[in-house]
Design a protein around this ligand. Structure first.
Ligand SMILES: [Fe+2]
Length: 558
C-alpha cells in the first residue's frame, strides 16, 4: 500500500499557516503558487477528475495573507462559478459520469485542472469549458472567457454549455493575447482572446482531432496542436465500458500565426499536418523557431487517464483494489517516454532530436512538468523538471491491461513497485542532470519552477536573473497520509534534496492537479467580463423551478 489513501478522502479543505519544518527558507524565493484541484467533497467515483473546481494559493513570503509571522499562508476557495452555484442549489439534478457532470442545465464547467497566469490575472482551466477568471487575492469567480455564443457548443444545452477546449492555453508575449482551441466533433478551431471582449475563432482547414485536445503550444511564428490520448467512446457517456485503447499515434497540426492575423474570424486557415507516435498529452514548444519548430513531447504511452478504478476491479498484481482508491485514474502500464521533435514547416520533415526512455522503469508515470514559463525562459528553455510517480501496480487495473494487452511487453507489468522521483532533464537533449527519490509513500504533484530575483532591470516580471529553468527553485507539493508537505529544491541541483520543507501538523491534502507560479497576487483589474445574466436566452427551455434557480444565480453574480 503506497499510494496515500487520503488522496481521495472527502474532507473539507483547511486554511493553514505552514511552517518551515526542515532546512532554511531560501533568500529571494518569492511570489505566489496556485494549485488547481477538484474539491475534495466532490471527488469521484466514478472518476477523480470531475469534482468542482477549487484553487489553493501558497504565499512564498512568510507572514502575508493573514499568516502568522514566520509562517506561510496556504489558502483556498471553491470557484463559485454558475456551474458550482447551480450544483449547490439543485444537487438533486446533477449526475456525475465518466466524462463529466451533466444536468438539465447542461454540462458543468469544473475549471479544476490548471491555474495559469495572464499577466497579473489568473485563469483556471479544464478541457470541457471556457477558461474561468478568478481573483488572485480573494480567489472568487469573476467570469468565463468570451460569451457562450462566441464558442461552438457540442450540444446546445439550456444554460451550461458543453464547450470542448483545452486546459493548457498559451499566452502570446508578442500579441499579448491568449491562444486556445475549440473543437466540434473533432473539427479544430483556433481561438484568440485579448483579455477583454469577444473571443475570435477560426476553423483550421482539414484539421480533425480523433480523440481530444489537452494542450496547445506555440513558437514565435506557429501554433502547435496535437491530438491527445483521452478517448471518449459514445457508450461511455451512458455508463458503458471502453472497448478500444487510445489511438497509438496522433495527428499534429501546425498553424501559422500570420495566417490567423490576416484572416477574418470564421474564415478557414491552412495548416501543416504531421503524425507522431506514441500517444501524448502534454507538449511544449521552444519559442525561438529560427531553427525549426522544436517541441518537447511528454508521451503517455500505455497510460489511460480516461479510465478509473471501480468496485470489483483487480490490480496489476491480481489483488482486489482498495475501495478508497475508487475513481483513481489509470496510471501508466509501461515506462515513460519523452521526445524532442523538430518540425520543418517548409519541407514537411519531422525529425526526432532526443529521446528518453528507461526500460527498467526508472522513470515511470509522469505528472505535468515544471518549466520557466517567462517569455524569456521560453525563448531558449534549458531545463525541464519532471515528477515521476513510479510504477504503481495498485493504480493499474486488469480491465486496462486487457484493453492494452497487445501493446505491452508482459515483463514490464512485473517490474517492482517504485517510488516517485523528481528529475531535471536538459530541454534539448533530455539528459538527466539531477534527480531526487521520494519515499515510497510520498505522492508528489505537479512541480512549480520559481525564478530567482524575478523582474529585474530589462526583464519581464516573470523572468529571473538567468531565464531557462536552472536558476531558481522547484517547489513541489507532496501528498502523504502522514501529512502534506511542500518541498523546495534548488533548481540547479534537485538531487541534493529539499533545501526547505513546509508543513503543518495533522494536515493532509487530497488529490490536486496542476499548478503555477505568479510573481505577486494583486486584485484583478476592473475590465469588461462576460456576465452569466447575459447568457440566459435559452432558460425558457427549463422547468420553472430550475429556471428560478438559474435566475437566482444570475442575480447573485450581478
Ligand atoms: Fe494537463
Amino acid at each position: 500500500m503506497s499510494i496515500p489513501r487520503s488522496i481521495l478522502a472527502r474532507v473539507e479543505p483547511e486554511a493553514r499557516d505552514l511552517e518551515v519544518v526542515q532546512g532554511t527558507w531560501p533568500e529571494g524565493l518569492t511570489g505566489e503558487v496556485f494549485v488547481s484541484a477538484p474539491h475534495p467533497l466532490t471527488l469521484g467515483p466514478p472518476h477523480s477528475f470531475f469534482g468542482r473546481g477549487m484553487v489553493y494559493r501558497l504565499s512564498l513570503q512568510p507572514g502575508t495573507f493573514g499568516a502568522a509571522p514566520g509562517t506561510f499562508a496556504w489558502r483556498h476557495a471553491l470557484i463559485d462559478s454558475p456551474s458550482a452555484r447551480l450544483q449547490d442549489k439543485r444537487p438533486d439534478v446533477f449526475r456525475t459520469t465518466m466524462v463529466g457532470v451533466h444536468s438539465p442545465f447542461g454540462f458543468t464547467n469544473a475549471a479544476n485542472t490548471a491555474p495559469m497566469p495572464f499577466g497579473d490575472r489568473l485563469l483556471c482551466t479544464w478541457d470541457v469549458g471556457r477558461p474561468v477568471e478568478v481573483d488572485p487575492v480573494s480567489l472568487r469567480f469573476l467570469g468565463e472567457v468570451g460569451h457562450r455564443s462566441e464558442w461552438v457548443e457540442m450540444i446546445e444545452h439550456p444554460v451550461l454549455p458543453m464547450i470542448t477546449s483545452t486546459a493548457h492555453p498559451v499566452v502570446d508575449p508578442d500579441r499579448n493575447c491568449l491562444w486556445t482551441v475549440n473543437t466540434y466533433f473533432g473539427q479544430l478551431f483556433v481561438v484568440r482572446w485579448d483579455g477583454e471582449g469577444p473571443v475570435r475563432r477560426w476553423p483550421v482547414a482539414g484539421a480533425v482531432l480523433p480523440q481530444s485536445v489537452h494542450t496547445i503550444t506555440q513558437t514565435r511564428e506557429w501554433l502547435v496542436v496535437g491530438d491527445c490520448a483521452f478517448k471518449v467512446e459514445p457508450q461511455v457517456l451512458a455508463g458503458g465500458d471502453r472497448t478500444v485503447p487510445n489511438d497509438p499515434d496522433e495527428p499534429v497540426y501546425l498553424i501559422r500565426k500570420d495566417d490567423l492575423d490576416a484572416a477574418r474570424p470564421g474564415d478557414e486557415v491552412p495548416c501543416r499536418v504531421y503524425r507522431l507516435a506514441p500517444e501524448m498529452n502534454h507538449y511544449y514548444a521552444r519559442y525561438d523557431d529560427r531553427d525549426g519548430v522544436v517541441v518537447l513531447f511528454e508521451h503517455t504511452q500505455n497510460a489511460d487517464i480516461a479510465m478509473a478504478q471501480r468496485a470489483g476491479d483487480v490490480d496489476a498484481r491480481g489483488r482486489p483494489t482498495d475501495p478508497r482508491l475508487a475513481g483513481l485514474y489509470g496510471f501508466a502500464m509501461t515506462p515513460t517516454r519523452t521526445t524532442v521533435q523538430r518540425f520543418d514547416p517548409e519541407s514537411g520533415e519531422l525529425k526526432e532530436m532526443a529521446h528518453l526512455y528507461t526500460p527498467d522503469g526508472h522513470f515511470h508515470t509522469r505528472q505535468l512538468s515544471a518549466f520557466d514559463w517567462s517569455a524569456e525562459g521560453w525563448e531558449r528553455p534549458e531545463a525541464v523538471h519532471t515528477v515521476y510517480h513510479g510504477f504503481r501496480p495498485e493504480a493499474v487495473v486488469q480491465r486496462m491491461i486487457d484493453l492494452y494487452r497487445d501493446r505491452i511487453d508482459p515483463a514490464l507489468l512485473e517490474l517492482d513497485e517504485s517510488p516517485s522521483r523528481l528529475a531535471t532533464h536538459s530541454w534539448d537533449g533530455l539528459d538527466t542532470l539531477s534527480e531526487w527519490e521520494f519515499a515510497l509513500e510520498d505522492f508528489p504533484t505537479s512541480p512549480i519552477f520559481v525564478p530567482k530575483d524575478p523582474g529585474g532591470d530589462g526583464r519581464s516580471r516573470h523572468a529571473g536573473e538567468r531565464p531557462g529553468g536552472r536558476v531558481g527553485w522547484v517547489v513541489c507539493p507532496v501528498l502523504n497520509d502522514s501529512g502534506f508537505r511542500v518541498e523546495v529544491f534548488d533548481a540547479a541541483d534537485v538531487g541534493a534534496g529539499p533545501v526547505a520543507t513546509l508543513a503543518s501538523p495533522r494536515h493532509t491534502v487530497p488529490f490536486v492537479l496542476h499548478s503555477c507560479w505568479m510573481p505577486r497576487a494583486v486584485p484583478a483589474p476592473d475590465v469588461e467580463r462576460t456576465r452569466f445574466a447575459d447568457e440566459l436566452d435559452r432558460v425558457g427551455a427549463l422547468p420553472d423551478d430550475l429556471a428560478s434557480a438559474v435566475r437566482e444565480v444570475a442575480a447573485e453574480l450581478g
